[in-house]
Design a protein around this ligand. Structure first.
Ligand SMILES: [Zn+2]
Length: 653
């Protein structure tokens, strides 16, 4: 019966529990990340004593409004500004308006506070201002926009993409989704939790920033940022440092005298809720109820004490010097602010001839009435006034793209050079060119896309199965499993049949040794048939599957001998008869030694080329066997000519 009841309870809960927070997200992941961090990195941690905890509660603090410089780092997926996670400047300004209401006790929903807590409502007297000077002293609007796949499973790693000095700015990273392990709308750390050299700030899902755009005007979303800033200023949840809803929470305190002990509410608004013998303050911003609207006087004292403390340099944020340095001082005026012009392409990897490509403005400005003036050398159209224009190139080559942005506060220009790719009719790469990945013809180059802060794929003369060169990569110093991509040139595979013979395959030689038992590497091979817009995974190998040595740990600087290279092949038959095919080597890893790749080539059933225009006598550039190995001794060999044509040679003598 007991069992039946609990099953029934679960069943009823599933029906009744309409997730008003949305997407099964917890409101806040702060306690989760703090416990995880402390267990992992600071097992002997005891929380630094912030003055409020030692009797400074009654000290007279600076009675002026404290101004906090704030910067929003939008980590986006490549959407144009104002779409999805790349939220608009208006949404950020709306969020600033809301937190300033909440921290000055002028938010309209304060009218709903029940009579028992009206006298407890606290006015924190804190004003947040978007930074007007960046860490280098350049003019800014307090918003940065950076493209990174890390936005999809964001955790502290996004801080490595971009962060400003956290002793001077409150950093807020806006992301598509927070790491599913944390599973929250937002999180931060209480001051003093992280080691001194680690950046503090708030990471938040874009749907919980402000009340417009991708967010909405529900109490959860409207006040999420105020809840996180409460943590950032040393407030715990009203139920203490424990799990929401746990009956044992009545024994926990949040170290604030005028927030009654509670086990906490979750997604409900029962204004007469009593969980620990007295009326709960479920309207408190630091609860998870669906009707939060207030801080208490005790919480304000605790936040003010935090801001007066040097723990995590919170007392520097609002110092007079810092307000001048960040351009947030009330007397600071800046007439001009030239926009920091930036743009990117919709497909981050390639531009292909005769394939449309969108250029996307990435200039972080507040003004919505900016003018955008684009010029495109060699494209159609070659000029546009759209913010995010679509153009097409007809010929491979290298072309300049210039964007000029004009706003009320200034104007600026950025020029970038893009390569429009040609397609080569075969792939035979032994990494002999010391300029790798660049080819003497740029439109036939390999390319590498990787985090700038990590040493990525690079040519090396140290070991090779061809002549002297190969490419290698090592994850020993990598962080956060960021992806390192190595792309082949565009391939014209229309010469490969759908056929009767061998399926189309990419082959390569690989050498890999496991550095130690903590090594965690992964190599994934994919191809794209649409100029890099979409990718199909064809093969992957993890650490143990990659090993080509006897299996013993190889240490930091693995150099393979001749016996430690293996051949790998990946079936890509579905790409046969296609043009503008790209093959991608994707490497992620942690604490590994070197992985080497050499002698990349294709095999498959070639179709005879009859109508190839030959201006001069073609010559053989390589002879390979059925497996793509360079050889002259095989009974069956394929001669590859400089013009892309091939000749099959059978030698039955
Ligand atoms: Zn929280």
């Amino acid at each position: 019966m007991m069992k039946f009841n609990s099953l029934l309870y679960v069943f009823v809960s599933l029906i009744l529990c309409i997730p008003t927070i949305g997407q099964d997200l917890n409101l806040c992941g702060t306690d989760f990340v703090m416990k995880k961090y402390i267990n992992q990195y600071r097992p002997n941690y005891s929380k630094p004593i912030i003055p409020i905890d030692t009797g400074l509660l009654n000290s007279v603090y600076n009675s002026n409004t404290k101004i906090i410089p704030i910067v929003f780092h939008i980590i986006h997926n490549g959407h144009p500004i104002g779409e999805e996670e790349n939220i608009s400047a208006e949404q950020i300004e709306d969020a600033i308006r809301l937190i300033n209401e909440d921290f000055n006790a002028i938010n309209p929903d304060l009218d709903n506070v029940v009579s028992e807590f009206i006298n407890s409502v606290g006015d924190a007297d804190i004003e947040f201002r978007l930074a007007q000077l960046d860490p280098e002293g350049n003019c800014t609007h307090g918003i940065t926009r950076t493209f990174s796949e890390m936005t999809n499973q964001a955790n502290d790693c996004v801080k490595s993409i971009i962060s400003w000095d956290d002793t001077k700015y409150l950093n807020v990273w806006v992301v598509e989704d927070i790491d599913s392990e944390i599973g929250a709308a937002a999180y931060t750390y209480l001051p003093g939790t992280l080691w001194d050299n680690e950046i503090e700030g708030i990471i938040a899902n874009h749907e919980y920033i402000g009340s417009i755009g991708t967010s909405s005007n529900t109490p959860y979303k409207r006040h999420t940022l105020s809840h996180e800033i409460g943590h950032f200023f040393n407030l715990s949840h009203t139920w203490g440092y424990a799990s929401n809803g746990d009956q044992n929470n009545c024994e926990n305190d949040d170290n604030v005298s005028d927030t009654p002990n509670t086990i906490g509410a979750y997604s409900t608004c029962n204004l007469s809720q009593e969980t620990c013998g007295s009326l709960d303050n479920i309207q408190n911003f630091m609860d998870y109820s669906s009707c939060t609207c207030m801080f208490t006087n005790g919480q304000v004292n605790r936040m003010q004490a935090c801001l007066n403390s040097s723990v995590s340099y919170r007392n520097n944020l609002w110092s007079n010097n810092n307000l001048w340095e960040t351009g947030t001082h009330p007397d600071y005026t800046s007439d001009l602010c030239d926009p920091n012009v930036d743009f990117f392409i919709s497909s981050p990897n390639r531009i292909c001839a005769l394939s449309s490509i969108q250029f996307i403005d990435n200039t972080p400005i507040l003004s919505s009435n900016a003018d955008y003036i684009w010029s495109f050398e060699g494209a159609e159209p070659d000029f546009s006034l759209d913010q995010n224009p679509v153009v097409m190139y007809s010929e491979p080559g290298q072309y300049d793209v210039t964007l000029n942005v004009v706003t009320d506060l200034g104007t600026n220009t950025m020029t970038k050079t893009y390569t429009v790719y040609n397609s080569s009719m075969n792939l035979l790469e032994s990494f002999e060119n010391t300029n790798f990945p660049l080819n003497s013809d740029p439109s036939l180059s390999w390319s590498i896309v990787a985090p700038e802060t990590e040493t990525s794929w690079a040519r090396t003369p140290i070991s090779s199965t061809s002549n002297t060169g190969s490419v290698r990569i090592r994850s020993r110093f990598f962080d956060c499993y960021q992806k390192h991509y190595l792309y082949t040139p565009n391939l014209d595979l229309t010469n490969f049949g759908l056929g009767l013979g061998e399926p189309l395959k990419i082959w390569f030689d690989l050498a890999y040794g496991k550095r130690n038992n903590d090594t965690d590497d992964l190599l994934v091979i994919s191809y794209s048939k649409d100029c890099g817009k979409t990718w199909q995974v064809r093969a992957s190998w993890d650490t143990d599957e990659l090993v080509t040595t006897d299996g013993n740990n190889v240490g930091n600087n693995f150099i393979p001998n001749n016996n430690e290279w293996d051949e790998k092949s990946v079936n890509i038959q579905a790409a046969a008869e296609q043009n503008d095919v790209i093959i991608r080597f994707e490497f992620t890893g942690d604490r590994g030694s070197y992985l080497y790749i050499d002698n990349v080539r294709l095999t498959g059933e070639w179709i005879k080329i009859d109508n190839y225009s030959i201006l001069k006598e073609p010559y053989i550039i390589n002879t390979i066997d059925l497996l793509g190995r360079v050889t002259n001794n095989s009974k069956f060999k394929i001669e590859i000519y400089n013009d892309g044509s091939v000749n099959k040679v059978y030698n039955f003598n």
